[in-house]
Write a protein that binds this ligand. Structure first.
Ligand code: CO8
Length: 261
């Protein structure tokens, strides 16, 4: 399969997948989500000659700045919000369940769907320039790709609720302190080296042990009801005037004026 928005390169058994829409800060449009689905849809592939994946964003500004607001405004307003969230959740679950470790290498913004994508990976390594957040409330909506579920898992309910309700961003050091990020390194090269070091260590272990460890760790957090509630609530929020106002305010680069309807 050839990809439009994903760049794949492989070295020493480590596959790097780069989301490549730097002008839109690598925002996740439908095409990109479909390409991620296509890549991660297989369970166990005997022919794979890689033992770990680094998932990263192109350019020096962002990992992923969220779902592509300009694109999903039209689709979600047609009443497809819940279905869109559900589809994205399934793709992110494929990443979380992938049989080899996937490390998010975060250099810059990981916001909204971007933070959710990083959280679906098995580990996160950030540069000092990384910024994390779930700013959906600024658009009059809520996280839809598992953010309300996985942020709790990493940083606990109190802090997760604060970030989701305020839309505030945190820097890499705070994300590390809270447990959202595994390691923070000053530069992208150092962060990449750390990801390679971890994946190389893991690559020396038994592949079946690694695969089954991933499966068992995930089992502890398996909560389909929470994800279903999120998709339904996301859909509800996309049907509001507040969402139209929030998205218009983003495009017009101004503060939104929400009316609660
Ligand atoms: N979608 C589309 N375009 C984007 C996005 C985005 N999420 N983020 C940035 N861009 C574009 C900007 O529109 C701008 O384009 P242009 O040059 O044509 O005006 C370009 O990228 C550069 O961005 P800025 O000019 O805004 O750069 P700044 O340095 O001023 O600000 C920020 C950087 C802070 C990252 C700012 O761009 C921002 O706030 N972006 C939006 C972040 C956000 O709200 N993300 C959450 C989106 S909602 C979401 O992810 C929901 C997930 C679940 C969806 C489930 C169903 C689809």
């Amino acid at each position: 399969m050839t990809y439009q928005n994903l760049q794949l390169s492989q070295q020493d058994g480590i596959l790097t997948i780069t989301l490549n829409r730097p002008k839109a800060l690598n925002a996740l449009n439908t095409q990109t989500v479909q390409e991620l689905q296509s890549f991660f849809s297989s369970d166990y592939r005997d022919q794979d000659d890689f033992h770990g994946i680094i998932l990263t964003g192109a350019g020096d500004r962002a990992f992923v700045a969220g779902a592509d607001i300009k694109e999903f405004l039209g689709v979600a307003a047609d009443g497809n919000g819940a279905a869109m969230a559900h589809r994205g959740q399934q793709v992110f679950a494929q990443i979380e369940r992938f049989h080899v470790p996937v490390i998010a290498l975060v250099n810059g913004f990981a916001l909204g769907g971007g933070c959710e994508l990083a959280m679906a990976c098995h580990m996160r390594i950030a540069t000092s320039a990384a910024r994390f957040g779930q700013p959906e409330v600024n658009l009059g909506i809520i996280p839809g790709y598992g953010g309300t579920q996985r942020l709790n898992q990493y940083i606990g309910k109190g802090k997760a609720t604060e970030l989701i309700l305020t839309g505030n961003m945190i820097d890499a050091e705070e994300a590390h302190r809270l447990g959202l990020v595994n390691h923070v390194l000053p530069t992208l090269d150092e962060a990449r080296d750390k990801a390679i070091e971890l994946l190389t260590t893991i690559g020396g272990k038994g592949p079946i042990a690694i695969r089954e460890s991933i499966r068992a760790v995930n089992a502890y957090y398996d909560n389909p009801e929470g994800f279903a509630t999120e998709a339904e609530a996301f859909g509800k929020a996309t049907m509001t005037e507040d969402f139209k106002e929030g998205a218009a305010a983003f495009v017009e680069k101004r503060k939104a004026n929400f009316q609660g309807r």
